[in-house]
Structures are given as structure tokens and as C-alpha cells.
Design a protein around this ligand. Structure first.
Ligand code: NOJ
Length: 560
């Protein structure tokens, strides 16, 4: 397997709005990030993925871009951004930027032009269609509820928006649009950035004719993903982008790809195909969703988690490369979702980190994860800010008459604002995030859970992450070793081995609050063992043939 810096790296994601506010306006900013670079360097991460900082009216917090080459006023200036890059590079940290080119903002000059007339030179930068029988061109549903089409008075046609109506989809069929995107990518790469995370990049090629979505339940609008996820020209576009842009720089790329399976991911990430380095797949974060989708809550089964991770570990081995994540700015906090954020918050946060960081692939840490931040529950819908959440609430409760209590329950479990509450830096007012009024309320548990406490406490989640990140740097087997699931059918224990040449690790994880017994399978042979990392005190000399595990216990042994 080819070794590269981005395989060896640990990535840290910053969602700038919620990270650190340096000027008291209640919104995180670039200078706020610079203030915390030493904290991040100390954690040991190698790369920062910065969620969008471009000019934006913030309908979707920067994922709606009105100027790809300017910095959002709330976040600072281009000079601030250049200083950030410089300060990062001085510390040996790399920067990857978010590339949001499935759609722009409706306030982008391209769209402003495009909507003016049918023969405007920018008309074909977007996807316009006439209505059908007095209604939308097709029945596709937006990812943020309602129709994916918006009628526009000026020309009497509809434009496609797979996300909010302020996020019109760009038309990748148009070579001029692709040129503009590639030029813009070069603009940032020439400033010295180290790569891109690409927003829903597998949505950019739509099936010609934009066919009606299957709609077995007869709803007004239905999921049209079959006609735009991994569409007919997607690999052609990725290869063109690679050839025109990426191949000229030493960068890392990761494409966000809902609806991608292992075979497809191998096509995107195989070295010899010259497309991307990694994808963010969604299968493991869809396991706790029922047939009604994300908001249809379903308990997570450990056997499903095992099957999914194992499929990805084995499926890309030697063929592509995995990105490893358990949460980000769109997903609930991992300790609340997969662990126990009450009596075993610290233990389960460490166990989940072990689970992920010991796998093959590049691990991603989402801001606040390293101190074990949790989900939040605001009492009223008015306290929420996320457009996906608010649109869904409107559709279900205001328009649909559903029980508001039940809908709030689903927001508590799945809402994106769970991950977007401001970072809890210390126990002072507003958790030290801002001296003003935070744009989204701080999680009230900040007095107990905050970075200052975590840095000072040698057995905190933070110090555990430091150790995990360090171990990866010191042991090639953690990066490159092959993965094998053991105890496949155990209902509470997730265990696996990693093998590289004649080296072997065993990773033992209790995913429950009980005390199940781990039995080493016979085929895992060893004469001696050495403890690499553990989240409870353990006697290193203890036999490991059979171990009664404590709640959410995690241990990693090197077998000799
Ligand atoms: C995925 C991003 O991660 C999410 O935050 C955003 O809302 C959508 N893409 C649309 O850009």
C-alpha cells in the first residue's frame, strides 16, 4: 500500500461560527481560530479542515456562497485568513478548505445574472426548467424539506435547489461553469492551501431528463437521489478536476458523498484512477434511522455497526482509503449517540475514540469531540438556528399538525445544532466562547465540560485523544495494518485485530454499560502482550485470555 502524508494524518474539523469569537459579536471568527492554534498543535493533529469561511448570506451557515474568493465579513478579512494559513504552516499544520460547488447562493452574481433572462450568458450556470402542468418540473424533494424547485417570476421558470431555495444547484453540464470552478480552486491552492473537503460532491451530475422520483408512499415530494447521487458523468468530472487542478499540487481531498457504497467509493479513491483520496460515506450514520429517514428514530444495533464498519474496512483495503468519523457539524455528538453522555460520558467518549482511531483510514476529530462535548436540548424551537431543523419542524408541526413534543424529541437526538453549540473553552460566562451574545446558545453543561478543565486533568478525554493521535504517529500498524473483526456475534463487545507483517494488535471495546466477558478467540495466537492504551486502570501483567470488561471499557494490546 502506498504511504502518503494524508494517510498518516489526523484531521481536525473547525466549524468557524462556533469555534472561538475574538471580537465579541457572538460569532466565531478567523482571529479566534488563530488564538487556539497552540491548543490544536498540542493535541497533536496534523490537518485542519475548515468549514466554509467564504462570503455568504448564511442561509445555511456558509454552505451558501455568494463570492468564492472573498472571506465572510463576520469571520474577518483575507489578510486574517492569510495570517491563519501562515501561522498554521509555521506550526507544521496543514489546511484544507471546504469546496461547495454543487450549489452556490442565490445571492452569487452568477445567479443574479442567470435569473434575469433566458438568454443571459449565465443562464446555463444553473438548472432551469419550465413547469409541468402548472406545477414543479418534477417531484424531487429538497434535502431541507419541500420541493427541490423554486419558481422565479422574472422568466417564469423554476430552478433546482437540492438544499434550501437560497442554494441553487450549479449546472456541471456547462463546461464554462466547470472552468470557473477549477479557476477558483487554483486561486486557493496558489495561496498555499493543502487540499479540499468537497461538499456533497457526488450530487453534481444529474441524470439527463431529471426523471420523476419513485414515490411508493404517494407523498407530494419524494427523494430523487437515484437521479443525482453518483450520476452518469460524476467520474468524468472528478477525473477532469484532477487533471486540470489537483494533479498539479501535493494536496489531500475528501469528498462528502451520501449514498456511496464501497464499490463506488473504491472507484472514487483508487490511486490509479486519479480522482479523490477519500470519501465521507454515510452508511454508519444512517443505521439509527427508520424507513421515514433521518428524523424517524430507530435504536442502533451493535451488530449493524459491526457489519457496516467491517464492510468499509475490508471493502477499501488495498483498493482505496477510508475516512474515519463519528460526528461532524451535520451529525449529533458521538458520545450522546453511540455512547452514554451521562454516567459514563468520559469512559464512553474514550472508548469511541479508540474504536475509530484504531481503524485503517484517516481519522477526523470534530471540534469539541476531544473534550467529550454532548448533545443539547433547548426547550423551544425558537432557540434553534439550523435551517434543516426549522424547515422540518415547520413542515411536520405547523403544516402537518404532528405532535410538537415528538418532533422536538427527534431534534434532541438528530438535530444539527447538537454539534454547533459554541465550543466550551472554560467555565466563565458563555463558556469563554464570546464576550457578546452567542449566535446559538451554549450547552448549559459547560461548567463541567470545558477545554480548560480537560487540559488540566491528566485523565481527561482530551489527554486520551493526545495519546491516541501520538500512538498513530509511532505505529505504522495503526495506519496501514489490515483489519479483522473478531467476536462477530457478541451483542455488547466490538473487538478486532490489526495485522501488519508479523505485528498484531487486538482492540477490545465494550459498547455497553454492563460487564460482559471478552474471550480471546482461539485463532488469535500470541505468547506475550503489551498494553498500548486503556480507559480504566489495568494491571499490564493481567492475563487477557478472558477479561471481564467494565462499562464502556476500551483496551488495545500489542500481541507478541
Ligand atoms: C453538506 C454540509 O455538510 C451541510 O452542512 C450543508 O447543509 C449541505 N451539504 C449543503 O451544502
Amino acid at each position: 500500500m502506498k504511504k502518503t502524508w494524508w494517510k498518516d494524518s489526523t484531521v481536525y474539523q473547525i466549524y468557524p461560527r462556533s469555534f472561538n469569537d475574538s471580537n465579541g459579536d457572538g460569532i466565531g471568527d478567523i482571529n479566534g481560530i488563530i488564538e487556539k492554534l497552540d491548543y490544536l498543535k498540542d493535541l497533536g493533529i496534523d490537518v485542519i479542515w475548515l468549514s466554509p469561511v467564504y462570503k455568504s448570506p448564511n442561509d445555511d451557515n456558509g454552505y451558501d456562497i455568494s463570492d468564492y474568493k472573498k472571506i465572510m465579513d463576520e469571520f474577518g478579512t483575507m489578510e486574517d485568513w492569510e495570517r491563519l494559513l501562515d501561522e498554521m504552516h509555521q506550526r507544521g499544520l496543514k489546511l484544507i478548505m471546504d469546496l461547495v460547488v454543487n450549489h452556490s447562493s442565490d445571492e452569487h452574481p452568477w445567479f443574479q445574472e442567470s435569473r434575469k433572462s433566458k438568454d443571459n450568458p449565465y443562464r446555463d450556470y444553473f438548472i432551469w426548467r419550465p413547469g409541468k402542468d402548472g406545477a414543479e418540473p418534477n417531484n424531487w424533494e429538497s434535502c431541507f424539506s419541500g420541493s427541490a424547485w423554486q419558481y422565479d417570476e422574472a422568466t417564469g421558470e423554476y430552478y433546482l435547489h437540492l438544499f434550501s431555495k437560497k442554494q441553487p444547484d450549479l449546472n456541471w453540464e456547462n463546461p464554462k461553469l466547470r472552468e470557473e470552478v477549477y479557476d477558483m480552486m487554483k486561486f486557493w491552492l496558489d495561496k498555499g492551501i493543502d487540499g479540499f473537503r468537497m461538499d456533497v460532491i457526488n450530487f453534481i451530475s444529474k441524470v439527463p431528463g431529471l426523471p420523476e422520483a419513485h414515490n411508493p408512499s404517494g407523498k407530494t415530494y419524494a427523494w430523487g437521489g437515484d437521479y443525482f447521487m453518483n450520476g452518469p458523468r460524476i467520474h468524468e468530472y472528478m477525473q477532469e478536476m484532477n487533471k486540470e487542478v489537483l494533479s498539479h499540487y501535493d494536496v489531500m481531498t475528501v469528498g462528502e458523498m451520501p449514498g456511496v457504497d464501497t464499490e463506488e467509493a473504491a472507484l472514487y479513491t483508487a490511486d490509479e484512477r486519479d480522482e479523490l483520496n477519500m470519501v465521507f460515506q454515510f452508511e454508519h450514520v444512517d443505521l439509527d434511522a427508520g424507513p421515514g429517514g433521518k428524523w424517524d428514530l430507530k435504536p442502533l444495533e451493535l451488530k449493524d455497526l459491526k457489519a457496516t464498519f467491517t464492510k468499509w474496512q475490508k471493502g477499501l483495503e488495498g483498493k482505496g482509503w477510508n475516512s474515519l468519523y463519528l460526528n461532524n457539524h451535520d451529525q449529533p455528538r458521538m458520545v450522546s449517540r453511540f455512547g452514554n453522555d451521562k454516567e459514563y460520558r468520559v469512559e464512553s467518549a474514550k472508548m469511541l475514540a479508540t474504536f475509530l482511531h484504531m481503524m485503517q483510514g484517516t481519522p477526523y476529530v470534530y471540534q469539541g469531540e476531544e473534550i467529550g462535548m454532548t448533545n443539547v436540548q433547548f426547550e423551544t424551537i425558537e432557540e434553534y438556528q439550523d435551517i434543516e431543523t426549522l424547515n422540518m419542524y415547520h413542515e411536520k408541526v405547523i403544516d402537518g399538525g404532528e405532535d410538537p413534543g415528538q418532533v422536538m424529541e427527534s431534534i434532541y437526538v438528530k438535530g444539527r445544532d447538537n454539534a454547533r453549540t459554541p465550543i466550551q473553552w472554560d467555565d466563565s460566562e458563555n463558556a469563554g466562547f464570546t464576550e457578546g451574545t452567542p449566535w446559538l446558545k451554549v450547552n448549559p453543561n459547560y461548567k463541567e465540560i470545558n477545554a480548560k478543565q480537560a487540559v488540566e486533568d491528566p485523565v481527561s478525554v482530551y489527554h486520551y485523544y493526545k495519546k491516541l493521535i501520538q500512538l498513530r504517529k509511532e505505529n505504522e500498524i495503526i495506519v496501514y495494518g489490515s483489519y479483522d473483526l473478531i467476536l462477530e456475534d457478541h451483542p455488547q463487545i466490538y473487538a478486532y485485530t490489526r495485522t501488519l507483517g508479523d505485528e498484531k494488535l487486538v482492540v477490545i471495546l465494550n459498547f455497553s454499560g454492563d460487564r460482559p466477558v471478552f474471550e480471546m478467540p482461539e485463532h488469535v495466537a500470541y505468547e506475550a502482550h503489551e498494553l498500548l492504551i486503556n480507559n480504566y486502570e489495568v494491571d499490564d501483567q493481567e492475563q487477557i485470555q478472558s477479561i471481564e470488561l467494565k462499562p464502556y471499557e476500551a483496551r488495545v494490546y500489542r500481541l507478541k
